[in-house]
Design a protein around this ligand. Structure first.
Ligand code: FAD
Length: 399
């Protein structure tokens, strides 16, 4: 079997489907293929099953990339409001959870159904599951009928435009693969260093001993790392640290780097001195502000055997030092929980190789990269899907 299409999109996830819809609407013949047998599994498991499909406050500052300006153009042309209009067109009820994060009231399957219906309405053809064994460029005169040739387990496919939307490396058990990075390298396109992001951080055995008994405890903290700071919950786990604040800073963390936790972000540095004449125990005071179990563990770690003393027995300098430590608890994670637990992959196809308007590779006309495979990584909170929609939409206008 040999099939010729105007556009072939590899990867039927968020970005791939959006691109296929837009290209189909323009009258292009589009084939969408994916090696997974279940459609858009990442959307299905996203947002705890309710898909945090966008964030109302999306700005370029919510993304990490070696070129922080690259995402501007696509985000401006397909905004969160554009996706909300699509959600409303399909009668999907949604709510804002916090900080502009929009979730389905029902389930993330509704977003998959929306995309599927839009693909069908735009005349998109499917090849699922379909394995691509080889991708090559057709040189004019050798094989007329397309610029790219794909050898798949369903036959030979050719297309004028080839869109790579195969996502990142996270959650390999549901179909993530390095395919997109391999295609980029095959065509001489640079890929920036990759690493798991929006991922729990692990602690050494020694550190785990100090937080033994804390798994499940959450604290509202301001967590910073490498110049980025996030005020959200930090959660203790059996392997280390998680929760939104940790997932966010994990995108900025690198081995050997310390993370700084302000355990009392609503109090100023002098608050403890205000209590210096109190006969109460220091540990009891700290427990008024932090979860009991955590406060005790923190005191035992920072000042072993000392915290059960009345506050008025501490020197002013001693109290200042303790307050400073409460505002800057320093932790050196031993690693991350890896791609099995990461929500996204940091890094990807180098944006210097792509047009920010069309997502087309500068040196390979007709080859496009969209979504997570590109070196644009959103913060937690619906930004990664917004990038998938926006970059998919951008390419869809030109393929
Ligand atoms: P994907 O959605 O990953 O789609 C890539 C597709 O390519 C897949 O269908 C895959 O099967 C296919 N593919 C891969 N390799 C091949 C190959 N060799 N051949 C053929 N097909 C291939 N982001 C948010 O904004 N909000 C959330 O609520 C949210 N929750 C998340 C929860 C979890 C647990 C995880 C892991 C991620 C979450 N994300 C969330 C991130 C978000 O899911 C991704 O950033 C987004 O799906 C990326 O879209 P994409 O289309 O680029 O890639």
């Amino acid at each position: 079997m040999k099939i010729k299409k105007d556009v072939i999109v590899i990867g039927a996830g968020a970005a791939g489907m959006m691109c296929a819809i837009e290209a189909g609407k323009r009258g292009r013949s589009v084939m969408l293929l994916d090696h997974a047998s279940k459609l858009a599994e990442k959307i299905r498991i996203s947002g705890g099953g309710r898909c945090n499909f966008t964030n109302r406050h999306t700005r370029p500052e919510n993304f990490r990339s070696h070129n922080p300006h690259f995402c501007r153009s696509a985000l401006a042309r397909f905004t969160p409001q554009n996706f909300v209009m699509l959600v409303e067109k399909h009668g999907i009820h949604y709510h804002e959870k916090k900080l502009g994060q929009l979730f389905c009231d029902g389930s993330s399957q509704q977003i998959i159904d929306l995309l599927r219906q839009e693909c069908d309405a735009a005349g998109v053809e499917w090849q699922i599951p379909c394995r691509v064994n080889n991708t090559s460029r057709i040189h004019a005169g050798i094989a007329p009928g397309g610029r790219f040739l794909l050898e798949t387990d369903r036959g030979i496919l050719t297309a004028d435009s080839l869109v790579i939307a195969t996502g990142g490396l996270s959650i390999p058990q549901i179909g993530a693969s390095p395919f997109g990075y391999h295609v980029a390298r095959q065509f001489g396109i640079a890929v920036t260093p990759l690493r798991p992001a929006l991922v729990p951080l692990t602690l050494s055995l020694d550190q785990l001993a100090t937080i033994a008994g804390l798994p499940g405890v959450a604290i509202d903290a301001a967590v910073s790392c490498n110049g980025a700071c996030f005020r959200e919950n930090l959660l203790f786990t059996h392997r280390g640290l998680s929760g939104p604040a940790i997932l966010q800073v994990s995108s900025y963390w690198q081995p050997g780097v310390t993370i700084h936790v302000d355990l009392l972000p609503d109090l100023d540095a002098a608050w403890l001195l205000d209590h210096r004449h109190s006969p109460g125990l220091l540990s009891n005071l700290i427990m008024q502000y932090l979860p009991r179990r955590f406060a005790q563990a923190w005191c035992d770690d920072i000042m072993p055997g000392q915290s059960a003393r009345p506050i008025n027995q501490y020197s002013e300098a001693g109290l200042k030092q303790i307050a400073a430590q409460l505002h800057d608890w320093q932790i050196m994670p031993s690693g991350t929980a890896g791609y099995k637990k990461a929500e996204v992959t940091l890094g990807g196809v180098d944006t210097r190789e792509l047009s920010s308007k069309t997502m087309e590779a500068r040196k390979i006309p007709g080859l496009y990269f969209i979504g997570e495979v590109v070196d644009v990584t959103g913060h937690l909170g619906g930004f990664n899907f917004q990038w998938a929609w926006s970059s998919g939409y951008a390419a869809g206008q030109f393929v």
